[in-house]
Design a protein around this ligand. Sequence first.
Ligand code: PMV
Length: 317
Amino acid sequence: MPALSASAPGKTILFGEHAVVYGYPAIAVPLADISLTVIVQALPNQNGIHILNQGLHEDFSINSFDSENRYSLAIEIIQKHLGIRHMPAMQLTITSKIPLASGLGSSAAFAVALTKAVTSFLGFKVTLEMLNKIAFEIEQNQHGTPSGIDNTVVSYQKPVFFRKNLPPEFIKVGSSLTLVLANSGIRSLTKESVSQVRELYDHDPEKIGHIFDQIGSITEKARKLFESGDHKIIGELMIENHHLLKKLDVSLDKLDHLVGIAVKSGAYGAKLCGGGKGGNVVALVPPDQKDEVAKALVGAGAESCLLSTVETTEGIL
Ligand code: PMV
């Protein structure tokens, strides 16, 4: 059997993280230039599943179900959805350009690419809806209570206006978006920042609920602007969204500093993205300023910068 490979993009949330967990809308876009790939190869006359992930120094075999192992858990979920009991012996080779634990969706890309690769290796055709469902379950296993935005944008690979428990709406992007992603170098677990916001909310639902309301209305406003391509106002709204995330205490001085530097060096706007407390800052920039903004961000202490372009879309499936 020939080797088979599948890839999935990273993602960034441009509006609405955290509030989305409470039912408010959020907007996320795929990062086609920053992806994760899974290659599946048959292992004739062998047993088990061999994992090779050089980036994470992983080189081991799974011979029976292991609830502590993310690969084993994910494969179990895929098997359950396909209704198959026994997996043929195979090797899974994972390579990724998506930094870990930094808000760019590496775990969703892992779930999606793995599901695509393994299901087609086994000869199954899965719809995007099914792919998204399986990836969500894999994400739930890893993160507890994700809103579902990450697996949705990564499965469909389209800019999405997302509300928890509702079918995704795909937004029209009238003019392509040039993004600079600046990695603060501080890793942080989304699960922890989500539970920290939960504590704040439980302590003062009125105050925190008001912040979510404001984030929600910024997200609604931004949605229309993607269609008209008004990047200047989208940028201003991103800065407002960042300030509201700061009020939720998920920012850090370093993230605030990087947002300020991005804007000073020519970005339309910038904000932290994802769970926060570290991870990445996303800046929307004029295409001819991307290198200058990236250079300024690295000069100001970003560990590295990635560039990605979101192409125009029609906003339909
Ligand atoms: O940190 P990320 O990239 O996994 O994004 C998390 C987004 C949150 O809204 C904070 C949580 C969620 O599940 O939507």
